[in-house]
Design a protein around this ligand. Structure first.
Ligand SMILES: [Zn+2]
Ligand SMILES: [Zn+2]
Length: 81
């Protein structure tokens, strides 16, 4: 039984596409390159922060059971005024 599951964000790549530079690693304005992307340092990839660069996550981490309050207690408001 696998204790860990593949990270749904990076799919085990451990890195994700840098959104700031669209994966190019370059920062550009109007198609003119003005240097490396400061977000990813010019690599175009960023460490996945979902799995922390592990490529895998613990199954419990991705789906936390929603703790609900006392069951069956539907509060019916009375609008009589
Ligand atoms: Zn990941
Ligand atoms: Zn970037």
């Amino acid at each position: 039984m696998p204790l860990r599951t593949l990270c749904p964000n990076c799919h085990g790549q451990r890195t994700t596409h840098c959104l700031a530079c669209d994966g190019t690693g370059k920062k550009s304005i109007a198609n003119v390159s003005i240097g490396n992307c400061s977000e990813c340092g010019g690599t175009g990839q960023r460490r996945c922060d979902i799995c922390g660069g592990m490529g895998e996550i613990e199954p419990e981490a991705q789906r936390e059971p929603q703790e609900k309050g006392p069951t069956g207690q539907t509060t019916v408001g009375s609008f009589a005024s």
